[in-house]
Design a protein around this ligand. Structure first.
Ligand code: RTP
Ligand code: MG
Length: 141
């Protein structure tokens, strides 16, 4: 399997629950390296730009309101099959449907406050990483 990069966000609910470290541990235990990271409190513009693909969806305003409700932790992850591996660690979008032992099953309260974001494909991963990190701030190793 190829080494890939993916963009992860620990959302405001999980940052507020003080579980950044527990979520990082899951990434590292799965063989994913944190190759860039920054804590941010997103502006409305930044959140709308990040989720632009969902602009026409009925949940767009709630999603943006939630994403700007508090600080988030943004990281790029690297490893074998990182995109799918991260999605597996996260679990289903709705925590009620997320498999036991996944991040969303363990830390998320609802489909809105669902603890983490992860890129869903190679193309979106590249765009999302570039959205938050200039290439010189990514430390592949
Ligand atoms: P994410 O992009 O945050 O990693 O989540 P995802 O791929 O699992 O889900 P996606 O379809 O990309 O939706 C983005 C976020 O919008 C919220 N959402 N709400 N009320 C709803 O039906 C609904 N559907 C999606 C979720 O918070 C989801 O994470
Ligand atoms: Mg998504």
């Amino acid at each position: 399997m190829a080494v890939e990069r993916t963009l992860s966000i620990i959302k405001p609910d999980a940052v507020a629950k003080n579980v950044i470290g527990k979520i990082y541990q899951r990434f590292e235990d799965a063989g994913l390296k944190i190759i860039a990271a920054r804590m941010m409190h997103l502006s409305r513009n930044e959140a709308e730009g990040f989720y632009a693909v969902h602009r026409e969806r009925p949940f767009f305003k709630d999603l943006v309101d939630f994403m700007i409700s508090g600080p988030v932790m943004v990281q790029a992850l690297e490893g074998e099959g990182a995109i799918l591996k991260n999605r597996d660690l996260m679990g289903a979008t709705d925590p009620k449907k997320a498999a036991p032992g996944t991040i969303r099953a363990d830390f998320a309260a609802s489909i809105d406050a669902n603890a983490v974001h992860g890129s869903d494909a190679a193309e979106t991963a590249a765009v999302e990483i570039a959205y938050f990190f200039p290439a010189l701030n990514v430390y592949s190793r």
